[in-house]
Design a protein. Structure first.
Lengths: 112, 118
């Protein structure tokens, strides 16, 4: 069975600070990895995904994530956060089927 | 930009009542999903649906739950006899392709229906 752990439940940063949100997954086979973001009152939106190839993937709004297979990790990073990045961030894994398995989410609050 | 829509945004019901949650997936998508998130917990997969059949379901998706695509645009989740523990946010999602291990699918999510069972 696949599972995802997100270690940070709440993160508070000041604008321009760097961000790294941890994500570890458990799955025995080939995985696809995703970060979704949910801005207040809005849909879950795909931020970025890893399918294959370059383990450093770039997404929208300056976010990136690095797939480290040996550590079963897919941490999300952004060098300099903005107030508009305040949202909840979900890491998700997909194995051989269609279902996404999500982590518990990390609430990010960015202080202006 | 096309998006998944869900109605109602909030549904309040009494325990034991039937509820139907409605979703309109993106129009050219063929694969449909329901997820739910109990307050403070993870987003959990319930069911995937393709070609008028369930393709995968979780252990949560028991006989109380059913899904249907009654026409060319709607995708519904029915809970026959609601329980207190069914209170959650229910998300519908759709994708244009399947997500086998050799292919990639992006699932587009709706805004959710908050179900409150009293």
């Amino acid at each position: 069975a696949q599972s995802v752990s997100q270690h940070n439940h709440h993160v508070i940063l000041s604008e321009a600070a760097s961000l790294e949100l941890g994500c570890n997954y458990s799955y025995g086979g080939t995985v696809n990895l995703f970060w979704y973001v949910q801005y207040p009152g809005q849909h879950l939106q795909l931020l970025l995904k890893y399918f294959s190839g370059d383990p450093l993937v770039k997404g929208i709004k300056g976010f990136e994530a690095e797939f480290i297979k040996s550590k079963f990790s897919f941490n999300l990073r952004k060098p300099s956060v903005q107030w508009s990045d305040t949202a909840e961030y979900f890491c998700a894994v997909k194995g051989s089927g269609d279902k996404l398995t999500f982590g518990t989410g990390t609430r990010l609050a960015v202080r202006p | 930009e096309p998006e998944v829509t869900q109605t109602p945004s909030h549904q309040v019901t009494q325990m034991g009542q039937e509820v139907i949650l409605r979703c309109v997936p993106i129009s050219n998508h063929l694969y449909f999903y329901w997820y739910r998130q109990i307050l403070g917990q993870k987003v959990e997969f319930l069911v995937s649906f393709y070609n008028n059949e369930i393709s995968e379901k979780s252990e949560i998706f028991d006989d109380q739950f059913s899904v249907e695509r009654p026409d060319g645009s709607n995708f519904t989740l029915k809970i026959r006899s609601t329980k207190l523990e069914d209170s959650a946010m229910y998300f519908c999602a759709s994708s244009s392709v399947s997500g086998g291990s050799s292919s990639y699918n992006e699932q587009f999510f709706g805004p959710g229906t908050r179900l409150t069972v009293l």
